[in-house]
Design a protein around this ligand. Sequence first.
Ligand code: BES
Ligand code: MN
Ligand code: ZN
Length: 515
Amino acid sequence: MTALTLSSSSAATLRADVVVIGIAKSGKPNGTPSVAPGAEAVEKAFGGKLGATLETLGASGGEGEVTKLPAPDGLKAPVVLAVGLGDAPADGASFSPESLRRAAGSAARALTGTAKAGFALPLTDGAESVAAVAEGALLGAYTFRAYRSKGKDKGKNGAKDSGAPLAEIAVLGAKSRDKQHKAAAERATVLAEEVARARDLINMPPNDLYPGTFAEQAKAAGKEFSVKVEVLDEKALAKGGYGGILGVGQGSQNPPRLVRLSYTHAKAAKTLALVGKGITYDSGGISLKPAGHNETMKCDMSGAAAVFSAVVAAARLGLKVNVTGWLALAENMPSGNATRPGDVLNMYNGTTVEVLNTDAEGRLVLADALTRACEESPDAVVDVATLTGAMVLALGNRIFGIMSNDEAFRAEIHETAEQAGEQAWQMPLPVELRKGMDSPVADIANMGERMGGGLVAGLFLKEFVSEGTPWAHLDIAGPAFNESGPFGYTPKGGTGSAVRTLVRLAERTADGALG
Ligand code: BES
Ligand code: MN
Ligand code: ZN
């Protein structure tokens, strides 16, 4: 993992391989980009010609743009990297935390193979800016190389590992003795490491990550960070009557698990329950997905990964709140033992479900976990799931949908996501879509109308949440896995979507949110 330091050295005297500076768009077409605050020492070394030099090199200051140039005399570091922050803020205003995170992330991504970089980005909002730069840089430095055979990333001379993540990030202009700056750096480190945990799990191939191995990872992390972990295996699930989780998992050689993680604080006033969809591979089951739709379905455990990481983060940050995480883990495979379209499952809460499509499996495992989570009477429940392709059609690849049985809680989650730097949008749960799931044989079917499929899935889940418990459902099917190129601090592959929102929600709950 990349190391983070706060440094009061000037960009001129810092011993590093690269100094990162920020530039913004001029506001005029083809204008000279403006150099953002924080880079004064670098500007001075360029004798006032930095903006013009960058313009000559074709730099505009646009978001995510990266320009490397040799450093002039007067800088200890041999290279300057100018990263675009996008539009300059209005007079007197600061760059938003998200602009800083994205710029720092783009710079860190461009610095794989580098040992040390100093980030001289604008810190005009004090600790908040330090937090944003640190978080963006650490998240952007992430790489997933566990499955590359050794040496493939080595440089030509064999000495330098060109694919290694940026090893050290120094945030320049921050004060290592300032309590708030220090706390910001520590929080950013925990957040980035826990987002990386989720990304690693998502990126891990499904031949290695299946319910049993996922549960083992939860146990190991629980030991390391004092989180209590209980695992229900297939026998315990059968004994407990978890028909949804068992029905989805029964076609696989790798049996399902339900994992309960619990972090408690002695002075906590509130308990938050988090439930994650953990389909370690979604083939669709007997309702098999065609080629073209199954290549990335290892990502179908992204919700469980987010919940796992968020509980561990809450523990590492010592938040004054109880957080219980539920990982509903199963592999959805076709076989002679698999659930058939037409089968009826007896769910954990006694409801019978006619399975019309075995590819609508997420709602089945989540339903059991939601009922189980509600038994402990938490103050609120949030589930996170790569649940429907319909949500991807509606909101695209960068925004997750929020559905809820409680207007105020839905707004609370939306605001929380915004604070965390994650894009989200509120979606309704229209009651008229419920009758589409009426079944001629069972209490409910696992499919309804095709139109509004994301909302239909949400309505199904709602049936398994206790009356009176504020509940929100985050459908992260779009942003969980990035199939196109990397951008800002978001890599290709697993993104760790929802981790930061869940951690921020735990913080807000510790600080008295949720009534
Ligand atoms: N895991 C998928 C949803 C998904 C789609 C996640 C794209 C990530 C990217 C889910 O289990 C699924 O297959 N949903 C079906 C439901 C349908 C059969 C009612 C879908 O959305 O097509
Ligand atoms: Mn499916
Ligand atoms: Zn699925």
